[in-house]
Ligand binder design. Sequence first.
Ligand SMILES: C[S@@+](CC[C@H](N)C(=O)[O-])C[C@H]1O[C@@H](n2cnc3c(N)ncnc32)[C@H](O)[C@@H]1O
Length: 255
Amino acid sequence: MKNLFIAVLALSFIAFTSVSFAEDKAMAERIKLQLKSPGRDQFDAIKDPGRKPLEVVQFFGIKEGMTVLDMFTGAGYNTEIFSAAVGPKGVVYAQNYHFVLQLIKGARHKSMLARLVNGRLPNVRYMVVDAEDMPFDNAIDVAYWGFNMHDVYNSVEAHEGEAGVQTYLRAMYRALKPGGIIGISDHVGEAGYDNVEFHRIEPRIIKEMLKKAGFTIEATSDLLGNPSDGHSQSIYAEELRYNTDRILVRARKPK
Ligand SMILES: C[S@@+](CC[C@H](N)C(=O)[O-])C[C@H]1O[C@@H](n2cnc3c(N)ncnc32)[C@H](O)[C@@H]1O
């Protein structure tokens, strides 16, 4: 009896592992195809080598069929990748706050809309809505906030430093299912340098902000790291463009 139980357990484990292996392989294939899709934004391909889309998706635990929220999607680089990652059974909510309509005369917003013409990315729902007004409660598997925490934290005008960051994080907390994942990526800043001017943020601050909002930090990654970036220049410096030292942080809403 005991042997039978062990055999059933082992077979279930093998079946489970091979299904998830097949799903991971199919997801990698969908992302690879998406990178060649003709309707992508003109700047996407320039970013691809420095953004390692498949590895980033894997680090944040995004899988087929999930519901993903891409906070401040901007022109939608990540939304496009997440759309392929979750596949036709999943959904990606691409959010921009209203500021996107002023930013570079609405250029990012227009690029995002252009991705969606003729039913491109049918599993994407684009919304221009401020964080506090998002219509999600315990509904999202993974919320991603990419390369924007520094803007909100460092901003002295429209957005409000730490309070602004907490507004965003609290909105994502509410949106996530219990046990759901929040993924942050940003340009690494170092104490002693002008991180406001350089568009960077110290990793310690990212973690503090997440903990303050109630998340449990699970892992950090230097997948998008660049040891030759000394953190002493703007992210827009010619030699660093698209290749800054970036950190990924994965955290969880408690169950
Ligand atoms: C790089 S996009 C991030 C878009 C998207 N999440 C991604 O990962 O590609 C963020 C840009 O929008 C602008 N931006 C967004 N929010 C801002 C704010 N509150 N204050 C100033 N600039 C902001 C900045 O120019 C910033 O570099």
